[in-house]
Design a protein around this ligand. Structure first.
Ligand code: BES
Ligand code: ZN
Length: 861
């Protein structure tokens, strides 16, 4: 057991109920006075002491039923307040003094730029006032904010504005009232000089909702896409799940300093500005897509998270997994369903599969944690969403909808568990989901071994499926795994039904077919219906076949990627490989996809993207360096040479001046043109760098401008210093654009730790702003495989120093960086010793936060 470890099995319901809370924030120049008045009811006869959570708080006074308590009636320290003897029902008043100006943690009340804002999930409310800061304590909030009118003309909190007015001394106030019960983690407050961009939405039942977007003055012209995305989200949730918005106003505030992407506070979302602000000149297609999905995500939380919330933080996937599933489905309906599915699985494999294969592996419903902030993981989110998707696959769309309806009917206004969710799904559909629950409790990515026997005389094939996984549980419980499949003849025709569902439930199950004239090819886990590894045995290994013939978009993509990766791995075993070592059949199949006009352009770009050193290493048992790096380069060069003429044609027909629009067709055209430029860059031929430079200067949107800059810097580094400077000077006043430039520089092969230190000194960089730290330090770790893993360990040492420095400012961000040091077991030799040394010194450094220590400890496993 670790220090301060909290266990799910120890859950106890609260001893007190809060009927209402009224908050008053008196914001001064150097601090803020917070008074909280709570109507309390004691639920237990045995337990009469009320133990409230706090963090770094300074208590001014405490009153019960208007009488100030004497000093011996309570115990207090910065982390808790204990009221020793409470009556059955009473009014509790607590006054605390906090300093938002010195708070750099990104939790509680803090300053972002010139704006004061809050972040309360998961346990940030306790940095504002002493409270039962746990998600199963729901109550009604009213909030009065008092502040200087010039500095903070806009004062916002959850719900409806009920009163506002002037006060003496240039001050003013606003009072907000939220009619819905909510847990403290959904509380929000914003005060600042903000510009308002407004729109309206009329719900299905005819209610007018005001959509109020607050941004820094000057950014008003970058809100239209976020607003459009919000309207689309509202319509989508009505159409798909019958769910309407429930308040009169939906507010979104964009701030530059934010630990996460965005936060779903009731009626008052707070967003990292990167997920609100966009126009074609400053944001890429990927940025536009990110905004659509994050706006959708936070909006969808209003029902899955806010109206029905989590009983405790072990249930986090109840709201996050389900809401990620909902935002994925929403984005699929907005642009292209098959393309979105591929993107989501790419992300799942890059983050969650890697996490699940390393020391941080945990089930989507963890059994214990030390620091809850460390459990906002890819597993809770992305695997959590896959688990919901499997339920959707097993139940079917209509039964899934019935299950959601029942879930809201039973649990609206309550704090519930994942069992409650599964219970509603099972009861509404009549499908038994008992075995399915193991997905919640068991970590590890399952592998399914597929073998076959074929009887030529009878024309009978028997496929056998064997599931297993490395798990921390005492024994591996067989999972309920839905797999879609199709059979193909050797000449690529579908035989039998397409996309049938096979449900693997036992450790070993078989699937038989008779009356065949030849051994069929099996396309399994189509659409990636289950988050598993598939391992074919015998001559079932059919990637090249599926790359050419598969009709399921996902499996065609997956097969193509497998072919490219296996070919690169094969080349990596050759001493001094040359272009002519690359298998011509692979090149031919690659070219056929590139030229196939029946295929979606975005699909082609994803399928034909050549896996890099980092991606391949993520999947290997042990890291490989030099040989793998040259194999990737040889493969790229061979592909570039083979497709040169075709790629040149594509870019000659690409109209750089074409008006920017956000839709699947044009996004596809832009990314296919960029792929084509990239193929030319692989040839390393200087005539192409000249063409690319011309196109770069002529670009009229950020997608093309940044796409080309990125290729120039990656493939022609010696001759593109000028373009890099040009970009920097053009955009140095737009922090979101500079973040892209930093990220690009951080991953270049020429960028070692001393170059990163130089970049840190630029005036655009500020280690107090999480986005900038992620763009420089985070990107170096995640994308600069070569220099980060430098053999002398200098990359690890550098990151250690950064962690120590950033932990002093913001432990959550420092823990996020520490998370990337999770590869100890993938090394041998010197690098292994070095990374162990760094992790040990982090765990032994007592001045570091528990956030960092917990992760460093786990990474030492
Ligand atoms: N509730 C979270 C934000 C959050 C998590 C705040 C942890 C504080 C601590 C929010 O709904 C969320 O999940 N945001 C994601 C983006 C989303 C599209 C997956 C994020 O911020 O990364
Ligand atoms: Zn969320």
């Amino acid at each position: 057991m670790k220090k301060n470890e909290i266990f799910l099995k120890d859950y106890k319901s609260p001893d007190f109920k809060f009927n209402s809370v009224h908050l008053v924030f008196d914001i001064e120049d150097e601090s803020a006075l917070v008074s909280s008045t709570i109507e309390c009811v004691r639920l237990s006869d045995q337990e009469t002491a009320l133990v409230l959570h706090g963090k770094e708080l300074e208590l001014t006074k405490v009153l019960i039923d208007d009488v100030e308590l004497s000093r011996d009636a309570y115990e207090v320290d910065p982390q808790k307040l204990i009221i020793k003897n409470t009556p059955e029902s009473f009014k509790l008043e607590i006054v605390t003094n906090i300093n938002p100006y010195k708070n750099l943690s990104g939790e509680g009340l803090y300053k972002s730029g010139k704006i004061l804002c809050t972040q309360c999930e998961a346990e940030g409310f306790r940095r504002i006032t002493y409270f039962l800061d746990r998600p199963d304590v729901l109550t009604k909030y009213s909030t009065k904010i008092i502040a200087d009118k010039k500095e903070y003309p806009v004062l916002l909190s959850n719900g409806d504005l009920t009163e506002a007015g002037e006060l003496d001394g240039g001050r003013h106030f606003a009072t907000w009232n939220d009619p819905f019960n909510k847990p403290s983690y959904l509380f929000a407050l914003v005060a600042g000089d903000l510009a308002l961009v407004q729109d309206t939405y009329t719900t299905k039942s005819g209610k007018q909702v005001s959509l109020d977007f607050y941004v820094d003055p000057g950014n008003e012209d970058k809100c239209f896409h976020a607003i459009e995305s919000l309207k689309n989200s509202m319509k989508w949730d009505e159409d798909t799940f019958g769910l309407e918005y429930d308040l009169n106003t939906y507010m979104v505030v964009a701030v530059d300093s934010f630990n996460m992407g965005a936060m779903e506070n009731k009626g008052l979302n707070i967003f990292n500005s990167a997920y609100v602000l966009a126009k074609k000149e400053t944001a890429t297609d990927d940025d536009f897509m990110g905004i659509e999905s994050v706006i959708g995500h936070e909006y969808f939380h209003n029902w899955t998270g806010n109206r029905v919330t989590c009983r405790d933080w072990f249930q986090l996937t109840l709201k996050e997994g389900l809401t990620v599933f909902r935002d994925q489905e929403f984005s699929a309906d907005m642009l292209s369903r098959p393309v979105k599915r591929i993107e989501d699985v790419i992300a799942l494999k890059a983050h969650q599969f890697v996490e699940d294969a390393g020391p941080l592996s945990h089930p989507i419903k963890p059994k214990s944690f030390v620091e809850i902030n460390n459990f906002y993981t890819s597993t809770i989110y992305e695997k959590g969403a896959e688990v919901i998707r499997m339920i959707h696959t097993i139940l079917g769309k209509d039964n899934f909808r019935k299950g959601m309806d029942l879930y809201f009917k039973r649990h609206d206004g309550h704090a519930v568990t994942t069992e409650d969710f599964i219970g509603a799904m099972a009861d509404a559909s009549g499908v038994d989901l008992k075995q399915f629950m193991a997905w919640y409790d068991q970590n590890g990515t399952p592998t399914i071994d597929i073998k076959y026997t074929y009887d030529e005389k009878l024309g009978k094939v028997v496929f056998s499926f064997h599931q297993k996984a490395k798990t921390n549980n005492e024994e591996f419980k067989s999972l309920h795994i839905p797999l879609k499949y199709t059979l193909y003849s050797k000449n690529g025709e579908i035989i039998g039904p397409e996309g049938n569902l096979f449900e693997l439930k036992n450790e070993i199950n078989t699937l038989e077919f008779e009356g065949l004239s030849e051994l069929p090819m099996l396309s399994i886990n189509e659409g990636f219906t289950a988050p598993v590894h598939i391992k074919f045995h015998g001559d079932l290994n059919n990637s090249l076949f599926m790359m050419k013939h598969c009709k399921d978009t996902f499996n065609k993509f997956n097969a193509t990627q497998n072919v490219l990766e296996s070919e690169i791995l094969r080349i990596s075993k050759i001493k001094k490989p040359k272009n002519s070592d690359v298998n011509l059949e692979v090149i031919e199949a690659y070219k056929n996809i590139y030229l196939d006009e029946s295929l979606d352009l975005s699909f082609k770009v994803m399928a034909l993207s050549i896996p890099g050193l980092k991606e391949i290493n993520d999947r290997l048992e042990k890291f490989e360096f030099e040989n793998l790096k040259s194999a990737v380069n040889v493969f790229k060069s061979a592909i570039g040479d083979a497709l040169e003429d075709e790629a040149l044609k594509v870019i000659q027909n690409f109209n750089l001046e074409k008006d920017y629009e956000y839709n699947a067709q044009l996004i596809g055209e832009r990314s296919f043109a960029l792929l084509s430029y990239r193929l030319l860059a692989y040839t390393k031929n200087n005539t192409y760098s000249e063409i690319m430079k011309k196109a770069y200067y002529g670009a009229t949107n950020m997608t093309v401008e940044f796409g080309l800059l990125s290729m120039l810097l990656n493939y022609f580094p010696e001759e593109t210093e000028k373009e890099s400077k040009h970009f920097y000077n053009k955009w140095k006043h737009e922090t979101l654009v500079i973040q892209k430039w930093l990220k690009l520089n951080a991953q270049l092969e020429s960028t070692d730790t001393s170059k990163i230190s130089e970049l840190e000194l630029l005036p655009v960089y500020d280690e107090k702003i999480p986005n900038l730290v992620r763009s420089l330090i985070g990107a170096f770790m995640r994308f600069n495989f070569w220099n980060f893993h430098a053999e002398d360990g200098s990359g690890y040492e550098f990151i250690k120093e950064q962690i120590i420095k950033i932990d002093n400012i913001n432990p959550q961000i420092a823990a996020g960086i520490t998370r990337g040091l999770n590869f100890k077991n993938k090394h041998t030799g010197n690098r292994k010793d070095k990374i162990i040394g760094v992790l040990k010194s982090l765990t032994q450094n007592d001045s570091l936060s528990s956030d960092v220590q917990e992760i460093a400890q786990i990474n030492l496993k």
